[in-house]
Write a protein that binds this ligand. Structure first.
Ligand SMILES: *[C@@H]1O[C@H](CO)[C@@H](O)[C@H](O)[C@H]1NC(C)=O
Length: 602
């Protein structure tokens, strides 16, 4: 080694030594353990008012930390909500807000996903020297143009380590469960392929009867086309378990199809290992649970133990897992320099009462962008070294706030793109009493359904609904006729004038305001319309067609294009549908299959 190198090495050692003594520099930055549960309703948690379900471990985090009572997801479904969470920006900005039928990624081998150009908080923290890991569900795409390019993969989005589901749990992961969202899409594809077949049959008959003079070659070609059509359109639906339900460790498929029975245990084990092998350096763990999405787990230790059926059992198991992770943090002596966070990606799925998902007093649920039940989720921060114990923050906060909060705490001061979230530390520490979110925009896909406004001069939180879903069957609180509510078209009602509620006095959104009972009514509409116009000015113009954002009642005038032109729409059919050449596979495609015998590293 050359002397200059040696000198700088010595200097480095010296600096690190000084750090240790003063507690400054690298070591004063906290670790992060972010826990996100899938489809959990705010009413499913003890410390949010549920007295019959047992969630002592989540309740303990709230007791030892700060509980947010108005914590809002940026979207009411997995893919867009998670995109917004990771990037600190509405999903529309990354092309993951759907304007069509399909609101989430449906196939692991589709080409849509979180674009490589996006920046996640993991990527930012990685740049700051953090070791970053994702254990669990991703659901933001894998490949773009070829199997193994992994352009959307967590490893490309700032996570050094990934173990878990690049897709999500869904019903098809367990044979015999009712089909998920795909049911009607499958129906459409099946009809299409049948139509193709019928057309071919007609041709063959006509030829046989001598009424048509086509060559045998043409018929063979048509037959191949039909067979190909059937294969491409329909076959993917027959092998959904293999195509979608897989476990990856970093870039490698380690299990296909996944084994539900051991999944929860393996994921917990991975999360714990990640924490303990990185205990000596700043780390970020995003633990994204497969609970409590369907199909539900049936773990012997929890089956039949809760008062709320299989769903309740799953909530209690999830709570136990969180307790184990907390225990790992505490027993390694990391509690005082680890910020733990607990949330759900959106409201509970209320359409199937057998499966559960309870949003407490709030109206609506999963897939409803405007109603509180779709977007108000639990939010808890625990960091004994820094945050007060037992504080409750009632101010509006967003899942998108994590990005700037993490950046701030990781001492990341480099210029970044404009964000939709705000640093939460002033609220969490009690240095500030007001949220920086004066307005929040509540999207359903790419459609703006509602806006909330907390005027700076009062405590009311007004919510203005431009569009609401039409419940079916009528009178119920959801859309059980369609699995879940759709965001546009015949499935929604547009309101002009909009429906307005004051969430402070009417959190269940059951008493609409009017000029007669609210003196600020006109002002609320005007201020919100103005805010929408300003907000639209900052949106990407590229992929949005006219009418993508509901125009009608909003007086914002023609949509001005923002600075971020041409964000490719990741949710078009072309990006959603199964592409065999993108299918992650262990073995030789299409004969994919393997069982996970691997162990966490280290
Ligand atoms: C508690 O959660 C369960 C499971 O979702 C639900 O069925 C029940 O109604 C909830 N109870 C209360 C009091 O909120």
């Amino acid at each position: 080694m050359r002397p200059t190198r040696l000198a700088s090495l010595a200097l480095l050692v010296l600096m690190l030594g000084v750090d240790e003594v003063t507690g400054l520099g690298l070591d004063s930055r906290p670790n992060f353990v972010l826990i996100m549960v899938d489809d959990l309703g705010i009413g499913d948690v003890g410390c949010y008012g549920n007295h019959t379900i047992r969630t002592p471990n989540i309740d303990r985090l709230a007791l030892e930390g700060v509980k947010l009572s108005q914590h809002i997801a940026a979207a009411p479904l997995c893919t867009p909500s998670r995109a917004a969470f990771l990037t600190g920006r509405y999903a529309l900005r990354s092309g993951l807000a759907s304007s069509g039928r399909v609101p989430v990624l449906l196939f692991l081998a589709g080409s849509g996903g979180l674009p490589p150009t996006e920046t996640t908080f993991a990527k930012r923290l990685q740049k700051q020297g953090y070791t970053t890991g994702l254990v669990g569900k991703w659901h933001l795409g894998v490949n773009c143009v070829s199997r193994g390019d992994h352009c959307h993969h967590p490893n490309q989005h700032g996570f050094h380590y990934f173990y878990g589901l690049p897709f999500t749990l869904f019903n098809n992961c367990v044979p015999g469960q009712p089909v998920d969202v795909l049911a009607d899409v499958e129906q459409v594809l099946r009809s299409l392929s049948q139509l193709l077949g019928l057309a071919l049959l007609t041709l063959v008959c006509l030829r046989a009867l001598g009424l048509l003079s086509v060559s045998v070659g043409l018929l063979v070609a048509l037959t191949c086309l039909t067979a190909g059509g059937v294969a491409v359109w329909y076959v993917p639906f027959c092998f959904l378990q293999t195509w979608n339900c897989i476990v990856m460790r970093n870039q490698e498929v380690v299990e296909q199809p996944l084994v539900m029975e051991t999944l929860a245990e393996r994921m917990l084990n991975e999360a714990q290992h990640f924490i303990s092998r990185n205990a000596h350096q700043p780390f970020l763990l995003f633990f994204s649970l497969a609970h409590v999405h369907t199909p539900l787990f049936n773990s012997p230790a929890f089956a039949g133990k809760s008062h709320h059926g299989v769903y309740g059992d799953n909530v209690e198991e999830m709570d136990w897992i969180i307790g184990q992770v907390t225990e790992t943090v505490d027993s390694l002596g990391l509690a005082n320099n680890t910020m733990m966070y607990f949330t759900s990606d959106h409201g509970g799925h209320i359409e199937d009462p057998q499966r559960g998902g309870w949003n407490g007093i709030y109206k609506g649920g999963k897939a409803m962008g405007g109603w509180e039940g779709g977007i108000r989720v639990p939010g808890i921060f625990r960091w004994p070294g820094r945050l007060p114990a037992g504080r409750v923050v009632d101010q509006p906060t967003s899942l998108m706030d994590l990005y700037p909060t993490l950046r701030h705490l990781a001492q990341d001061t480099e210029a970044d793109r404009p964000l939709d979230g705000h640093d939460l530390m002033p609220l969490l520490e009690g240095r500030s009493r007001r949220s920086e979110h004066q307005f929040m925009f509540h999207y359903c896909g790419s459609y703006l359904h509602a806006v909330r406004w907390q005027p700076p001069d009062c405590d009311s939180v007004f919510k203005v609904h431009y569009v609401t879903p039409i419940f079916s069957p009528a009178g119920t609180g959801g859309c059980s006729d369609q699995e879940f509510c759709s965001c546009y078209g015949d499935h929604v009602t547009s309101h002009d004038p909009p429906l307005v509620y004051d969430l402070l006095h009417d959190p269940t959104e059951s008493r609409p305001l009017s000029p007669a009972n609210e003196r600020r009514f006109a002002e609320v509409l005007r201020r919100v319309d103005e805010a929408v116009a300003v907000h639209r000015g900052t949106l990407p113009g590229g992929h949005l067609t006219e009418g993508t954002l509901n125009e009608g009642p909003v007086t914002g005038g023609p949509r001005t294009k923002g600075p971020e032109h041409g964000v490719p729409n990741q949710m078009s059919w072309d990006h959603i549908l199964w592409k065999p050449w993108l299918q992650p596979c262990c073995g030789t495609f299409p004969f994919c299959g393997c069982q996970d015998n691997s162990r966490p590293p280290g």
